[in-house]
Design a protein around this ligand. Structure first.
Ligand SMILES: [Fe+2]
Length: 382
């Protein structure tokens, strides 16, 4: 089996129809009981049932837990852990978008280490070993497959908890672009722009380093080239593969660099108005680029240079070029470019800014952002 040669603890199997190799991938792990974590939309596409059949061919029993919702909550995790106690799996498979992979990771914390998911908010809180995990993403977005973090919303407070532990890292990620080709256009748009934001934000955080920069650049090259192509032609499997690999590499960049103000600004929009993550990101990213450009002009210009091979444009590459390119992509994707269109009320911006100031990723933004800066960014996006 040919895994990609990446400097990453997760082994990545990439290519059309690699999904069919799920049984072979885990054949020598000694696992006998797999629990596949997914959501009803993916179940309707038939992939989880297919995975069960493929595993059975290898003599591995499997069952499904399909109670995952978008932005998975602590409730989804509790129900999943109950199902796990019934079935007693020795392997977890996250099959679906970021929500399924995150929920599987969240379940893994609680099933193996006890307590509640809230106990694992932060980094390195798990004391005991965790079950081996496989991630099979069906979107090109979060890059959860190559991260040690599970993002789980507290069902009561709606606060997004980032629960990270190296033990939660997936052992293998299977990237099969065929699985992403069935996504509705809007999901392609929402997840694609999120992946793009991951490449851009990781490029400039205060935690970035040589390794993260390498993955930010590689993911950006793939995503900036292939996103327009998949928007135009959803059946372009090569472009789908480019997006999927780009999102995965951006996941490695996040693991080594963290995220910034765009994600801090997006979370309150989701919590207060139910605006989906990708849409919130799409609206805020160009404004954050312009804000950060005061100190990060050269890094953004590097990304702008990578957009085009046209030598003449390299001379003029700038942060403004990058921000405009992303705004154009948002428009091409059919997403809203301003908060007013999304139903956000102007007199709520101050409350949103206070919430954004409490977000974890704020601290990694290259330019210090206080509540008044975050308010200004919301006002600019209004
Ligand atoms: Fe994101």
């Amino acid at each position: 089996m040919d895994f990609l040669d990446l400097d990453c603890p997760t082994k990545v199997l990439f290519g059309a129809n690699t999904f069919k190799q799920i049984g072979e991938v885990i054949a020598d792990w000694g696992c006998r009981r797999a629990m596949i974590v997914s959501d009803p939309g993916i179940v309707a596409l038939g992939y989880p049932e297919k995975a069960v059949t493929l595993l059975k061919r290898q003599g591995i029993g499997a069952t499904l837990y399909t109670g995952v919702h978008e932005n998975p909550s602590s409730e989804d995790v509790i129900k999943g852990v109950e199902a796990a106690h019934q079935y007693r799996p020795d392997l977890l498979i996250g099959l679906g978008g970021g929500s399924s992979m995150d929920c599987a990771k969240g379940m893994n914390f609680v099933y193996t280490n006890g307590g509640a998911i809230q106990d694992y908010w932060g980094i390195g809180k798990a004391q005991k070993e965790m079950l081996p995990m496989v991630a099979i993403p069906t979107t090109a977005g979060t890059g959860s497959e190559t991260q040690s973090f599970a993002l789980i919303s507290d069902a009561q407070t709606h606060v997004k908890m980032a629960c990270g532990d190296k033990k939660a890292t997936c052992r293998v990620a299977i990237l099969d672009p065929v699985l992403t080709a069935t996504q509705p256009h809007r999901l392609t748009a929402l997840t694609g722009i999120d992946a793009i934001a991951h490449a851009v934000e990781t490029m400039v955080t205060t935690k970035r380093n040589e390794k993260s920069l390498h993955f930010s650049r590689r993911s950006w090259e793939l995503l900036s080239k292939n996103f327009p192509l998949v928007l135009e032609n959803p059946d372009d499997l090569e472009a789908r593969g480019g997006m999927q690999l780009g999102a995965c590499l951006a996941g490695i960049a996040i693991e080594n660099s963290m995220l910034g103000a765009t994600h801090a600004l997006a979370n309150p929009l989701t919590a207060h108005y139910g605006i989906v993550h990708g849409q919130a990101i799409a609206t805020m990213l160009p404004h954050v680029i312009r804000f950060n450009a005061v100190t990060m002009e050269n890094d953004y210009a590097t990304l702008a240079e990578l957009i085009s091979n046209d030598a003449s444009s390299v001379q003029t590459a700038s942060s403004e070029q990058l921000a405009s390119f992303i705004s154009d992509l948002v428009e091409q994707a059919g997403l809203a470019g301003d908060l007013r269109t999304l139903g956000v009320e102007q007199d709520c911006l101050a409350v949103l800014a206070e919430d954004a100031a409490k977000q974890w990723t704020k601290q990694f933004n290259p330019r210090t952002v206080e509540t008044e800066d975050l308010l200004l960014l919301y006002q600019q996006a209004f």
